[in-house]
Design a protein around this ligand. Structure first.
Ligand SMILES: [Zn+2]
Length: 433
């Protein structure tokens, strides 16, 4: 099984320079290859990854002799990445799926590769082999030993190592290693006690079917005030710089080189503030997903329609802060690693309005009802816990429909009222308005 580990690097000044040169050279090769691909495509030809790799020696001995300073496999990897980026973009075109990356400006909705610039906030190179990791250092070909904080032992064979410089100016190495452990076989039968339903919300971040409520930590909200001030400072300085350009009659492009200026310092401050929020959020999400994945075989959640929710401007900031899709991804791979699974059910399932005791839909429920009493069986339920129980039941129905078995201890699977509530997916329900 492949496992990725990201570690922080602390290069010294001369190593930083060497890395900057390598970032630049890898970028040059990317841009040359992209230019060739685009021209070939315009004249109705297709250039393969192999065709472009063959041109590398000519580039090195000719016009771009500085490319020799960089490890040759780093340059080849750059061409390989471009090829993969094209394949992914074509796959998205085929599926009619828009790209979600930031590189979707100028109607590039499918995220076709674009030219890279030294002003891009993130710079990176990849090594397919030749990198070794020790307890407090990493050794890169042609660069040598770089001080590193290896917080977790790298087990198995290193596949690829990506070195990056982020917008915060910090350096990282992402190490992908194969530990030769087989991936767990997907389970065919599940213990009903290890199936949990979760309702994702804005007020309470997660409510699960075992009566647990986790409050929304609001990582972004807390730091928002600080971020606002930093961003205001930055944009004021950029506006001033632009105004100076116009006054001096200079083209704007020259002014993009802000290195060492106050603008560069401000940009770094903004990036650091964003990073702090991101790390706090990721940390929290990992803790929660670890607990859920360790204690359960199956987690059932609703399919999120993030785009639709984000379109609601009032809710969008709160929802962006909740970052559920990243969290569900974590849950998915953590459960799969041990044979379990994440089951997602339709957004249209009336999880909130269905009574988990008798299965009747109570149409009178609105957002303001935190608890409500079922008009049919008179049970008073907590809105979110009721929803989580219904989501869990719908998940069990879905597992069974997929031919998997869900068993209870004692051998006999009892169809509890919770299962009835989910019966809407199989049959019809009485509606009690
Ligand atoms: Zn009821």
């Amino acid at each position: 099984m492949y496992k990725a580990t990201k570690i922080r690097l602390y290069p010294n000044k001369s190593q930083e320079q060497k890395l900057a040169q390598d970032f630049g050279n890898a970028r040059k090769v990317w841009n040359l290859a992209l230019d060739l691909k685009q021209k070939a495509y315009a004249s109705g030809e297709l250039l393969s990854c192999y065709d472009i790799k063959k041109m590398l020696p000519a580039w090195k001995s000719g016009e771009y002799d500085y490319l020799k300073q960089t490890h040759s496999q780093v340059l080849q990897e750059s061409i390989l990445h471009l090829d993969r980026a094209y394949k992914n973009a074509f796959a998205r075109v085929k599926q009619g799926k828009r790209a979600t990356s930031k590189r979707t400006k100028n109607n590039n909705v499918f995220g076709f590769p674009v030219f890279k610039s030294k002003y891009d906030s993130r710079q990176a190179i990849s090594y397919p082999q030749g990198v070794t990791v020790a307890s407090s250092k990493i050794t890169l070909p042609k660069i040598g030993q770089i001080k590193a904080c290896v917080h977790r032992e790298i087990v198995g064979k290193i596949k690829t190592v990506t070195i990056s410089r982020e917008s915060t100016g910090k350096y990282y190495a992402s190490i992908l290693a194969d530990n030769f452990k087989p991936i767990s076989e997907p389970l065919q039968s599940f213990d009903v006690a290890m199936v949990i339903g979760v309702d994702l919300g804005v007020k309470d971040w997660i409510v699960d079917s075992t009566n647990n409520k986790l409050p929304n930590p609001h990582h972004l909200k807390k730091s928002l005030k600080k971020l606002h001030k930093l961003q205001k400072d930055l944009s004021r300085k950029i506006e001033a710089a632009k105004a100076r350009c116009i006054a001096d009659g200079k083209p704007m492009k020259e002014q993009r080189n802000y290195f060492g200026s106050n603008i560069a310092k401000d940009k770094k401050r903004v990036a650091l503030a964003h990073e702090k929020v991101r790390h706090a959020r990721q940390n929290y999400q990992h803790q929660v997903s670890n607990v859920l994945a360790n204690e359960n075989q199956v987690v059932v959640a609703e399919t999120l329609n993030i785009k639709e929710m984000m379109a609601n401007r009032k809710l969008s900031k709160a929802i962006g802060d909740c970052a559920w899709s990243g969290f569900l991804n974590q849950l998915d791979y953590k459960l799969k690693a041990k044979g379990g699974q994440l089951v997602q059910i339709s957004t249209w399932f009336p999880s909130t309005k269905t009574c988990n005791h008798c299965g009747v839909i109570n149409e009178h429920i609105t957002l303001k009802h935190r608890t409500w009493t079922c008009r049919s069986c008179q049970t008073t339920v907590d809105r979110d816990i009721n929803a989580a129980l219904n989501i869990r039941a719908a998940g069990i129905v879905k597992l069974k429909a997929a031919g998997l078995s869900v068993y209870a201890h004692g051998g006999h699977v009892r169809l509890d009222p919770v299962d009835q509530a989910a019966a809407f997916e199989v049959g019809s329900l009485r509606v009690y308005a």
